[in-house]
Ligand binder design. Structure first.
Ligand SMILES: Cc1cc2nc3c(=O)[nH]c(=O)nc-3n(C[C@H](O)[C@H](O)[C@H](O)COP(=O)(O)O)c2cc1C
Length: 215
C-alpha cells in the first residue's frame, strides 16, 4: 500500500463488525507502534489490551464515548512520564507517534481504528487498569473490522493556509477571551471528577453533548 494513500484515506472508524480481531493482527499492530520514533530513543511505551467485559464496563461507566463499548478491541497506549523535557512533553509526543503508526498499520490490514481521549479521569483509569504513577495513559485506540467506512475527509485549509516561512505569518484570528472555551473547560473539569453513579444519572445529557461524527 502506498504510504500517501494510507495517510490520506485512513479515517476514524467508530462502528465495527461483531467479530474479534485475530491475535496475530493485534501483535502486528502493536509492533508497528513499537517501531515509532521516540524522544531520546527511550521506547518507553506500554500497551494494554482490554478484552474483559468487566473492565470495559468499569471504563464505560466513566465516559460518554459510548461507541467504545461495541469495539471488539481496546488498546490503551501508555508512556512513561519520567521525562526531563516537560516543556515539550516529549513522552506524549512519543506515544502519539506510536498511535499513528498503529492506526496506519490497522488501516493497511483492513481494520478500522479510532483514537479516543474522552476517557475517565487519569486517576480513575489508573485504578481500573492498575497503571503505576510513572506511566501516563495517553489514549485509547479502539479497533475492529469496520462496519461502515467513512469516505476521505477534506482538509479545512489548503497547504498554503498552514505553511509559512521563517516566522508565523498568518493572520492571527485569536478571539481574545474565549468564554465558550472557558465554560467548556470548566464543564469538562467537573464532569471528569463526578462519581460514576452521578455520571450514570447524567447519561442522557452527556449523550446529547458527545460530539457526533459521521457514522
Ligand atoms: C488526540 C485525539 C483524540 C481523539 N479523541 C476522540 C474521542 O474522544 N472520541 C472520538 O469519537 N474521536 C476522537 N478522536 C478522533 C477524531 O475525532 C478524528 O481524528 C477527527 O474527527 C478527524 O477524523 P479522521 O480521523 O477520520 O480523519 C480523537 C483523535 C485524536 C487525534
Amino acid at each position: 500500500m502506498d504510504i500517501f494513500d494510507a495517510i490520506k484515506n485512513r479515517r476514524s472508524v467508530r462502528r465495527f463488525e461483531d467479530r474479534p480481531v485475530p491475535e496475530e493482527l493485534i501483535r502486528k499492530i502493536v509492533e508497528a507502534g513499537q517501531w515509532a520514533p521516540s524522544a531520546c530513543n527511550r521506547q518507553d511505551w506500554k500497551f494494554i489490551i482490554v478484552d474483559s467485559n468487566e473492565v470495559k464496563e468499569r471504563i464505560l461507566k466513566e465516559t460518554a464515548a459510548y461507541f467504545i463499548g461495541k469495539a471488539p478491541l481496546l488498546i490503551f497506549v501508555l508512556y512513561s512520564n519520567r521525562t526531563d523535557n516537560l516543556e515539550y512533553k516529549d513522552h506524549l509526543l512519543s506515544a502519539a507517534m506510536a498511535i499513528q503508526n498503529m492506526q496506519l498499520a490497522a488501516y493497511s490490514l483492513g481494520l478500522g481504528a479510532c483514537c479516543v481521549n474522552n476517557l475517565p479521569i487519569k486517576s480513575r483509569l489508573r485504578k481500573i487498569l492498575n497503571i503505576p504513577r510513572h506511566y501516563d495513559p495517553v489514549a485509547l485506540l479502539c479497533m475492529g473490522f469496520p462496519k461502515a467506512v467513512p469516505g476521505p475527509l477534506k482538509r479545512k485549509e489548503d497547504l498554503d493556509g498552514v505553511l509559512c516561512k521563517n516566522c508565523f505569518s498568518f493572520q492571527d484570528d485569536y478571539p481574545g477571551v474565549d468564554i465558550k472555551l472557558i465554560v467548556k473547560r470548566i464543564i469538562r473539569f467537573i464532569y471528569y471528577r463526578l462519581p460514576a453513579s452521578l455520571k450514570k444519572l447524567l447519561d442522557p445529557v452527556a449523550r446529547k453533548f458527545e460530539k457526533k461524527f459521521d457514522k
